[in-house]
Design a protein around this ligand. Structure first.
Ligand code: HEM
Length: 453
């Protein structure tokens, strides 16, 4: 499961049926499902919370305070905080942020010239990190927001390092202690930014943090500690996901000239610097992005923890408190009966409205559904739209692209991406590795009553 969770969930549900339940002790289970109906029903249940992004910390530590954010909350306080954070992430705010996004993108693409081979992974991660940091903290000092973005990412990575997880001990020289120290430093920096926004509020013109502070104050207040935790989660939830979505879309387009070529023509028809509103209205761009998020869902499975006993009548089962739910979004996206030829990149399949919403979960569903689709799609449309309009590109022939799943699904190593002369055609090349390879497990999702194990 650790090494290749996608393959593991695939094999498990092929062998035992679309829903599998394991006992974990006397009254705790793990329920794994690729059944879209059951997934929707369980994801909507208010008794589940998310499982959090960072490691726990000792009592009274910054590491512990930072974890108290949307992902792990539930019930009334989750709803209240979600509404508050959601107010800052509307489509209107995303449209207002497009100049920041465009300026960051233009600076990133400056070195992309014909004949150059870039590492798409490094480039898109840096771009997404800068966009997220500048939109969130960038009012006034872009360089400082970039630095904060780098440090936040470094701390976040340390949370997932095997060395940190193996020895979660607050002892000198251990990475866990370094992580705790980094969390404290980052918390102090975010507190300072929040206080600065409070001291000189510019709602409407400021960054997202200024808006969040204003919303929090308007909605009857949010403790500074809670505000810090929600700020962390916003940055963490936004940048890695957006980077992986950008890489997935551009890799798929590079390998599908029959989609990239007409898309480039459609984009050029929009004129030199199309606005986000114009890009939004372009069906070919929208379908290509939907299809890439289907085929390479950035979050390939969702995990929830039951905070109460939860009855599942469809399975004649009650999950005990502390049980775990795992929804295999990736496998739901590959069910043949909903998606004919599920392993093929076919943006055209989105031309009608025949695909049920419960079978398409790139942003999950229910109370913990992503709050950022407006910002995510704005960054994706601006970036993919600009790259496809400005450049001809291909993957380096023979490149090896293997997948890696941490919280997100993406390439394990670098992605060599060649910028071609303007007159060159888009070109599919032979690559190696399992990122795009046909996967097993595309057999129809059975609707038979699943076995309980
Ligand atoms: C393509 C980019 C993105 C994808 C694919 C994505 C996907 C997701 C998914 C699947 C979840 C639920 C996690 C689960 O089921 O375990 C989630 C949660 C969340 N996302 Fe995103 N996300 C993206 C970008 C963003 C952005 C740009 C923001 C903010 C600006 C954001 C903010 C959040 C927040 C706050 C949550 C937690 C919501 C809650 O627990 O109430 N996401 N995202």
């Amino acid at each position: 499961m650790q090494r290749d969770p996608i393959r593991c969930l695939e094999t498990l549900t092929q062998r035992y049926g679309p829903t599998v339940v394991f006992a974990r002790g006397a009254d705790r289970q793990t329920l794994v499902t690729r059944d879209p109906g059951l997934a929707r029903e369980l994801l909507a249940h208010p008794g589940f919370r998310g499982s959090g992004l960072s490691l726990p910390g000792p009592r009274g530590s910054a590491q512990r305070r930072i974890r108290k954010s949307l992902f792990r909350e539930q019930g009334a306080s989750h709803l209240h905080h979600r509404r508050l954070v959601g107010e800052t992430l509307t489509r209107r705010s995303a449209l207002a942020a497009q100049d920041t996004m465009r300026a960051t993108l233009d600076a990133s693409l400056e070195s992309w010239k014909p004949g150059v081979c870039v590492d798409l992974k490094t480039e898109m991660k840096q771009l997404a990190r800068r966009v997220s940091a500048r939109i969130l903290f960038g009012q006034g000092d872009l360089a400082a927001s970039d630095r904060l973005g780098v440090d936040l990412e470094c701390w976040f990575r340390r949370n997932f390092a095997t060395s940190t997880r193996l020895l979660p001990l607050d002892l000198p020289g251990l990475p866990y202690r370094t992580m705790l120290r980094e969390a404290a430093g980052l918390e102090a920096r975010v507190v300072a930014l929040i206080r600065a926004r409070r001291a000189s509020p510019h709602p409407g013109t400021g960054d997202l943090l200024a808006r969040l502070v204003a919303e929090a104050d308007r909605a009857g207040g949010l403790a500074e500690e809670e505000l810090v935790a929600q700020t962390f989660v916003l940055f963490l939830a936004a940048h890695e996901t957006t980077a992986m979505a950008l890489i997935g879309a551009l890799v798929l387009l590079a390998q599908h000239p029959e989609v990239a070529q007409p898309l480039a023509a459609d984009l050029r028809d929009l004129g030199p610097e199309p606005t986000l509103e114009a890009l939004d209205a372009l069906p070919s761009l929208d379908r290509a992005l939907r299809e890439s998020l289907r085929l390479l869902p950035v979050v390939p499975f969702g995990s929830r923890v039951a905070t109460e006993r939860i009855s599942v009548p469809a399975l004649d089962l009650t999950l005990g408190r502390g049980s775990r739910l795992v929804v295999a979004y990736d496998l739901i996206h590959r069910a043949c009966e909903t998606y004919p030829a599920p392993d093929r990149f076919l943006p055209q399949r989105w031309a009608g409205d025949s695909i049920p919403s419960q079978s398409y979960l790139p942003f999950s569903s229910g109370p913990h559904m992503c709050l950022g689709p407006a910002f995510a799609m704005a960054t994706l449309k601006l970036t993919v739209g600009t790259v496809v309009r400005r450049f001809r590109f291909r993957l380096r022939p023979g490149a090896r692209l293997d997948r890696r799943v941490t919280v997100t699904l993406g390439p394990a190593g670098p992605v060599p991406f060649e910028i071609l002369p303007a007159e060159a055609p888009f070109e599919q090349v032979t690559i190696r590795g399992n990122l795009l390879q046909d996967r097993v497990g595309t057999t129809p999702v059975s609707v038979a009553t699943p076995p309980v194990r």
